[in-house]
Design a protein around this ligand. Structure first.
Ligand SMILES: NC(=O)c1ccc[n+]([C@@H]2O[C@H](COP(=O)([O-])OP(=O)(O)OC[C@H]3O[C@@H](n4cnc5c(N)ncnc54)[C@H](OP(=O)(O)O)[C@@H]3O)[C@@H](O)[C@H]2O)c1
Length: 291
């Protein structure tokens, strides 16, 4: 008896909304199977309808990727549907704005769990199969935040630094295997991420124009298909990366901190008072060693 045919699938995490949902729609235009992963079954059903309308065959899977057995749950789901992961898109991620000493520690560690640990676990789980088949690859959502440390969004920036470093090294290791690893590094994108993370209330993100999730998805998919190591969608993101490379850390770090902090944020000194009231005057800040 011939074994049942296994079909290649594009697996997109964070597919229920934002950039992941748009990448799923772009991938669906190739007409194949698209596996949509996120926690919200309701939003996934809407994303599945988008994928079907775009010409793909949707396979929604409601799954919390921070669960230790998430890669195996996904693998089992693929096997049950006669699919193999041909392209993995790691778009699920979140961030939090605020002083690291003031934000809940567990929620900040959760950024490591999703943006780093889950992304790494899925990548390492599915890459060997791609290498054996000599095709496919991984798209990892980094950020312009991967190019600098980010005071008042420390965990998020650090997590994206990991994503870019990890993806870049894998891209080099996998040269001539037929498998590509692409890191996508957008600047601010008009999605719910900005509101949910609190980044949308920071001056840095209020000043910078936002690119659409559709534009990011189109450029990410095109760059991946062309075998690119890094895709930086949009002029704003390119300019931000160039500026951060030119400015010395002594100027860049206080600047990023100032643009990400708000006066009514809890002060990082631990007083529990708003920053503005605690160390509002520059002289006082220096006196108390806050900055
Ligand atoms: N938006 C920006 O300005 C921007 C800029 C640069 C980089 N990025 C990066 O791009 C990626 C996508 O961002 P986005 O703007 O599309 O964010 P978003 O709109 O907030 O979407 C995040 C997605 O991740 C899913 N998700 C969150 N926690 C999850 C979990 N534990 N398990 C499974 N899925 C989970 C969410 O679905 P559920 O809640 O249903 O689980 C949702 O589908 C992120 O990695 C982000 O860091 C975003």
């Amino acid at each position: 008896m011939t074994p049942p045919e296994v079909r290649p699938a594009v697996v997109v995490t964070g597919a229920s909304r934002g950039i992941g949902r748009e990448i799923a729609k772009v991938a669906a235009r190739d007409g194949g199977a698209v596996v949509l992963v996120a926690r919200s079954a309701v939003d996934l059903a809407a994303a599945a309808a988008d994928v079907r309308a775009a010409g793909g065959e949707p396979f929604p899977l409601a799954l919390d990727l921070t669960a230790a057995d998430a890669p195996m749950s996904l693998e089992n789901f693929l096997a049950q549907n006669g699919l193999a992961c041909d392209v993995l898109v790691n778009s699920a991620g979140y961030g939090m704005r605020g002083a690291a000493t003031a934000l809940p520690a567990a929620d900040q560690v959760g950024i490591v769990d999703l943006n780093i640990r889950a992304l790494t676990a899925l990548t390492l789980h599915f890459l060997p199969g791609m290498v054996a088949r000599k095709r496919g690859g991984v798209i990892n959502l980094g950020s312009v935040a991967s190019f600098v440390p980010g005071p008042y969004m420390a965990l998020y920036y650090a997590s994206k630094g990991f994503v870019r470093s990890f993806s870049t090294a894998l891209h080099q290791e996998l040269r001539r295997t037929g498998v590509t690893v692409t890191c996508v590094a957008p600047g601010p994108v008009a999605t719910e991420f900005l509101e949910r993370s609190g980044a949308g209330r920071a001056r840095l993100f209020q000043y910078l124009p936002k690119i659409s999730a559709q534009d990011v998805a189109e450029q990410a998919w095109r760059g991946f298909k062309a075998g690119r190591r890094l895709v930086v969608p949009g002029a704003v993101a390119k300019l931000a990366i160039l500026t951060s490379a030119l400015l010395p850390s002594a100027i860049l770090l206080p600047l990023v901190g100032k643009l990400q902090r708000r006066g009514n944020d809890p002060c990082p000194c631990g007083s529990g008072r708003p920053f503005r009231k605690c160390h509002g005057a520059t002289g006082l800040r220096r006196l108390r060693g806050c900055e």
